[in-house]
Design a protein around this ligand. Structure first.
Ligand code: NAD
Length: 330
């Protein structure tokens, strides 16, 4: 890495993009190198922080339209966090958009990098646990085959292959991190099929009702937004030699049932919070979520130093600290 760094975040107006930006504003270094400049790109206008210790420029544009990716990398940012994408629920209901944004947009970005001479940035790509599909026999391990059961997962798997090939050819140094469900997601619900994992904690703690569309027995794996940002920053500074021939890897996650999530909610919000969960089964969501793996053994990521949450209680505690000013229970 050079003496100072220009960072590009695609999908910068999204949940993870905003949290990543906030963290870099607080701690403006990557692997000890100061961040000197930041470019934010999103189809929705990204918010520029009022006071940042580096120069921030913001671009509003659709990465899947010709020319947008080239413009975004024109100044050759040294580190690119590629987060832009259509999430799982929307991808399943709008195939054309899912493939255009998630596959074509990613390829445009990768080709824009490839077309520059003397340019080899770090590219961190947010893949997803949705690249795996059943049948599952126990936890998914690092060498489990990719057979996605959703169009979202297919697009992520395609982009992982592109990332691996472009990295192998030396166009950039890519790291693909397969994120589990990010729970508790702050703000309004989005169109992700996994949204209810967060809603059943977030809404009751805010004094609102939440819909639970699946069985209490469903087992699933989670990482807090705080842990996810830690994964992104670690991926940005990881020594490429340590990754070997497989630049895409599953991130560690906390596995628990919906019932265990609800018990963690009860510990901070009491029975009143738990009573705000309404059970209304949804067959589309059940079908998508049941096709995802429930548990992982992310040994490679752990050996490479990615640090997960301790348990679901800690995930709820992070939400209370980061989003509710440390005070739970409305
Ligand atoms: N949050 C999770 O649980 C989770 C889990 C696994 C993987 N991921 C992946 O992490 C990334 C970020 O997730 P998030 O939770 O912040 O999602 P998000 O929906 O909050 O953010 C995605 C952003 O991408 C932008 N975007 C969509 N189409 C675009 C386009 N054509 N051009 C430019 N920008 C575009 C959206 O406007 C949005 O701001 C995504 O790639 C997502 O697939 C998220």
């Amino acid at each position: 890495m050079s003496d100072s760094l220009h960072v590009l975040i695609t999908g910068a107006a999204g949940m993870i993009g905003r949290k990543l930006l906030a963290r870099l504003v607080r701690e403006p270094r990557l692997g000890g190198v100061p961040v000197e400049r930041m470019t934010l790109l999103d189809v929705v206008e990204p918010q520029v922080p009022k006071s940042a210790p580096f120069k921030v420029s913001s671009r509003t544009g659709d990465l899947s339209l010709p020319g947008e990716a080239s413009a975004a990398v024109a100044d050759m940012p040294g580190c690119i966090f590629h987060l832009a994408g259509v999430v799982s629920g929307e991808a399943e209901t709008d195939l054309e958009k899912a493939y255009r944004v998630n596959i074509d947009g990613t390829r445009f970005l990768f080709d824009a990098i490839r077309s520059r001479n003397d340019y080899r940035p770090r590219v961190v790509f947010t893949s997803s646990a949705a690249v795996y599909g059943g049948p599952f026999e126990g936890p998914v391990t690092d060498d489990f085959h990719l057979t996605p059961h959703s169009s979202y997962g297919v697009a992520k798997a395609v982009c992982e292959q592109l990332l691996a090939d472009y990295s192998r050819r030396g166009f950039f140094d890519g790291v693909g991190i397969r994120l589990p469900a990010i729970t508790v997601r702050p703000g309004k619900p989005n169109k992700a099929a996994s949204g209810f994992f967060s809603s059943i904690i977030r809404e009751p703690l805010a004094g609102e009702t939440a819909i639970l569309p699946v069985s209490d027995a469903l087992l699933h794996s989670h990482a807090s937004p705080r842990a996810a940002i830690g994964y992104l920053l670690h991926a940005a500074t990881l020594e490429m030699d340590k990754l070997g021939e497989r630049p895409n890897l599953m991130m560690p996650a906390v596995a628990c049932t919906i019932a265990e999530q609800i018990e963690a909610l009860r510990k901070v919000g009491g029975d009143r919070a738990v009573a705000r969960i309404q059970r209304v089964r949804d067959s589309l969501i059940e079908r998508i979520v049941s096709g995802w793996p429930h548990e992982f053994e992310a040994r490679r990521a752990l050996a490479l130093g990615f640090v997960p949450d301790r348990d679901f209680d800690e995930i709820v505690a992070h939400h209370v600290e980061d989003e509710l000013g440390g005070k739970a229970g409305a």
